[in-house]
Design a protein around this ligand. Sequence first.
Ligand code: SF4
Length: 332
Amino acid sequence: MSNKEVLLQIKQLKTYFPVKRKSIREQRKVVKAVDDITVEIYRGETLGIVGESGSGKSTFGRTILKLIEPTDGEILYKGHPIQNLKGKALQQFRNQMQMVFQDPYASLNPRMKIRTILEEPMSLQLDLTKEQRKEKVKELLNKVGLSEDAMHKYPHEFSGGQRQRIGIARALAVNPEFIIADEPVSALDVSVQSQVLNLMKDLQDEFQLTYLFISHDLSVVKHISDRVAVLYLGRVVEIGTKKELYEQPLHPYTQALLSAIPVVNFDVPREATSLQGELPSPMDPPVGCVFHTRCPFVMEKCGKSRPTLEQMNPKQQVACFLYGKNTENSDL
Ligand code: SF4
């Protein structure tokens, strides 16, 4: 991927939320939802983001879209920092980036007809006549596999899968180049999930879209992603191409997540690495390696010092004392 154009560069991004104190004497605490993430997203790729609920996946996506202000770090879009964008410049940036939400039931206004839902972002962000907007609505509905008649209906007249198609059409309405899809198929039946994922892939090819695809489901992420980043307590613990990460996971957390996926081919033995205990609170993350309270390979130094994300091969990085330069810190 290194010869591809970098669309987004995220550098040491932190998003912390202050927690309300119960008394004036109580120490001020923060939830470290995103804690020092550095990653590049290449034009035309799908970067999958996986992790358990509470790992910071959604906050990460929303921070990139500037829906949440970061506490620290930098986001560069085509090499330009987005932090200080305001007014028209911010609007232009937002046009380029759209979001597809998890719940197609909640994300569409039940009182609006589909035509109005799809035309609304166009009226705000594109300079089109009424007739041009109507033509674009028809075109979008065709692209997502719905008939033109759908524009005269309300959201409740559609199935969950069809509503998510409408959600995707709405995201495409302003001609974006980057889409963040936050658990876009997790509210859908399994039989419908692959149809929506295949539609997203087709649209990606047709419109040269770049996706950040957020999900707790590793099977879903595998279906659509080129690369995958594994998040744990707001940190990337492993990132790599799909092939490397799924066939040769390095981090014990990635191994545990993958071993929990049901295996269809029983001829291929796979050692189960069970994940013990709950995800610790992001308000009080463990000192040292954030995974050490649940890791089956924990060593003394894991509770004292934090491993850095190291390049293990051209296609895979991992943050763990079992690998690479991190093993050299043996005296800790
Ligand atoms: Fe486990 Fe230690 Fe590696 Fe963390 S650094 S994942 S605790 S072996």
